[in-house]
Ligand binder design. Structure first.
Ligand code: UDP
Length: 327
């Protein structure tokens, strides 16, 4: 198959390109390198079946040219990272909604299948645990910037389902806290890579609030397996799937686990939300997926345990950061 991956140089995008190529596909990767890193794709430089383009999804001519070449589009390009939503809602809405809307229109006109990556953030602070695909979404006010990302992806899902109604083959995936090698370690990254980075750099792990908030973290290999199955199975078209993991853990216990697994005698400190995110933030106290539809239709059963995934991720960063900082 010929595939287009938008956001190819990002954490998930780079893993998706790698696996699609390993499975014998020809892949076009598009990324504007605003947050993605070219080095995430360095290992594919010599691969004749991989074609990388630097460009933004706002470039409609480039999009049309690329979409004409392929059979399927994995649309991953988006503004991600909680600190980014809080800092720049305009960018979030522009990229995640306006540019995505154009991409979907082009895909529809050219009749090309789309796998659209949405998010578990979409459930907001619903207390209806585990989150079912058809469960309600619960958000705070628009004066709290955090919710702009959930709203942007909700608009996208409506667009996707609208185009599905017009005949476009499309699948929507809601990822639950994906982590693994190449995830962002900066303050804009997710909590696992933040903690790993802090532990390896000999800094205290910054647990927000009292750390009782929970998440279900999903190792990248499981995310990629589910994503590729979603692209392959015609029964998945027009449907939404949670891609996650059942293991729920508090952020405080996660910090302890990372220190234990890394065998680093690091410290944990408690940091108020506002010190890190400013005032336009509200946390989600619990997040946990119902995976039944993904199990039935995608045969999706995550197999990497949290301990295994943390070890793999930690070892990868150990090597990388030790080389970079000679530690
Ligand atoms: N978090 C934390 N310390 C950090 C970064 C994040 O305690 O250095 C917390 C954050 O407040 C949230 C959870 O970890 O409760 C997950 O945050 P993340 O940014 O990974 O993504 P989210 O699941 O909120 O989208």
């Amino acid at each position: 198959m010929k595939c287009l991956v938008t956001g190819a140089a990002g954490f998930v995008g780079s893993h998706l390109c790698t696996t699609l190529l390993e499975q014998g596909n020809e892949v076009w990767g598009l990324d504007d390198l605003s947050t993605g890193k070219k080095e995430n794709l360095d290992h594919l430089n010599e691969n004749a079946c991989f074609h990388f383009k630097v460009g933004c999804i706002s470039n409609e001519n480039l999009l049309s040219e690329l979409i004409k070449k392929v059979d399927i589009i994995y649309h991953l390009a988006a503004i991600v990272g909680v600190k980014r939503y809080v800092e720049d809602p305009v960018k979030v809405i522009n990229v995640n909604v306006c540019y995505t809307s154009k991409l979907l229109e082009i895909a529809w006109k050219l009749g090309k299948k789309v796998v659209f990556t949405s998010t578990s953030e979409i459930y907001g602070k619903s207390e209806d645990i585990p989150f079912k695909v058809e469960g309600n979404r619960v958000y705070g006010p628009s004066t709290t910037n955090r919710w702009c990302y959930a709203v942007s992806k909700t608009a996208d899902e409506h667009l996707c389902l609208g185009y599905a109604k017009r005949g476009l083959p499309i699948v929507i995936l809601r990822y639950f806290n994906a982590y693994g090698p190449r995830a962002d370690t900066s303050p804009y990254g997710g909590v696992i890579t933040r903690f790993i980075y802090q532990a390896l750099m000999g800094k205290p792990l910054t647990v927000h609030a009292d750390g009782s908030q929970t998440r279900c973290f999903t190792y990248i290999d499981d995310i990629i397996k589910g994503t590729i199955e979603a692209g392959k199975r015609s029964e998945a078209e027009g449907k939404i799937f949670n891609l996650g993991n059942h293991r729920e853990i508090s952020i405080l216990n996660l910090a302890h686990n990372i220190l234990e697994i890394s065998e680093i005698k690091g410290k944990i400190i408690f940091q108020p939300y506002e010190e890190f995110y400013g005032l336009s933030y509200e946390d989600i106290p619990r997040r946990s997926p119902d995976l039944s539809i993904a199990e039935q239709i995608l045969d999706y059963f995550p197999i990497i345990t949290l301990e295994e995934g943390l070890k793999k991720t930690l070892n990868w960063y150990k090597k990388r950061l030790c080389n970079q900082y000679s530690i």
